[in-house]
Ligand binder design. Structure first.
Ligand SMILES: [Mg+2]
Length: 308
């Protein structure tokens, strides 16, 4: 999972978490997951209270209960995944959303790549994306590879670094990240990811590490993190993701201008320039990769698209 899976591409990446981000916490999938994980802990021979305590401790300590289970117990992580995420009746719990699909369709792919970054195993991640009818909207998937001994997961820095390698990103500032988990968002921000958005469905209940909680963003005391309650807010020109693209554009244009001035100065002095064959980091402008997107001019995209 740590080798680049794609060619170098200078377009910024918008990374979406999957669970409780691409669907609402109101689906109560986290509750159903929590019950299954609790049942798995019981199979270790623990009573109810001890199972709850250990489940929560591993989740808090490692970001995933499974990470603790594989470290301290002889369990098969693939078997765990099959019995927990794999046994969820997702087809009865989540459904495609036209507005969510349209949000993805409206991301200007000449400016952005769109990837998913999840702590789930590949099978669960791909299943959710398929049910939500978003498979074709995701350029790449970085998942938690349960088959790897000592696998890493969010919010461990190594997982984000692995994601950058897989997506062939050299500058974390070119990554924009949306996740419902505060710790994950804060970790990305601390690692220098460009813009980080906390998807926060205030007031809804969720289960994390086997414990019920009411979702809020009170612990996110970081003015650089934007909080949204609905993914549609990513369309809002005031959301910092929008500004991020504009800032990148300004930096790139300034670099281009400086190089252009340098080339001209060297040319006037009759000197050839080794800059002649180089160009600054450029946001590539490939044709749209969305099969469903109607061909539009860039100008139309500016008017109607999502300006992340
Ligand atoms: Mg999540």
């Amino acid at each position: 999972m740590s080798e680049p899976s794609v060619e170098k591409d200078d377009r910024p990446i918008v990374w979406f978490d999957i669970d409780n981000t691409l669907y609402s916490a109101s689906t109560k999938i986290s509750q159903a997951m929590g019950q299954r994980i609790h049942a798995y802990f019981l199979t270790l021979g623990l009573d109810d209270d001890a199972a709850s305590e250990l489940h929560h401790r591993y989740y808090t300590q490692y970001g995933l209960a499974l990470r603790g289970l594989t470290r301290h117990h002889q369990i098969d992580p693939i078997d765990f995944d099959r019995k927990c995420d794999g046994s969820l009746p997702l087809e009865d719990m989540i459904f495609p959303s036209e507005s969510l699909r349209q949000l993805f369709l409206d991301i200007d792919r000449s400016k952005f790549r769109v990837w998913a970054l999840t702590n789930a195993y590949r099978t669960h991640a791909e299943r959710v994306l398929k049910i939500l009818n978003l498979t074709d909207q995701i350029d790449g998937l970085v998942f938690c590879d349960y088959a790897e001994p000592n696998f890493v997961c969010k919010p461990e820095p190594a997982f984000y670094e692995q994601a950058l390698k897989v997506a062939n990103v050299s500058d974390p500032a070119l990554c924009y990240f949306i996740d419902d988990n505060k710790s994950n968002v804060l970790a990305a921000k601390q690692l220098g990811w460009g813009r980080c958005v906390h998807f926060c469905e205030h007031g809804l209940e969720s289960v994390e590490g086997g414990k019920k909680l009411v979702i809020n963003n009170s612990d996110v005391n970081n003015s650089e993190i934007v909080s949204v309650t609905n993914l549609e807010e990513l369309r809002d020109p005031d959301v910092e993701l929008v500004k991020a693209y504009e800032e990148n554009k300004i930096v790139i244009e300034a670099q281009e201008e400086r190089i252009s001035i340098l080339r001209q100065a060297l040319s006037e002095k009759g000197l050839s320039s080794h800059y002649a064959g180089t160009s600054p980091a450029r946001i590539s402008q490939p044709e749209t990769r969305n099969r469903d997107a109607a061909p539009t001019s860039n100008e139309e995209d500016e008017d109607e698209g999502i300006h992340l």
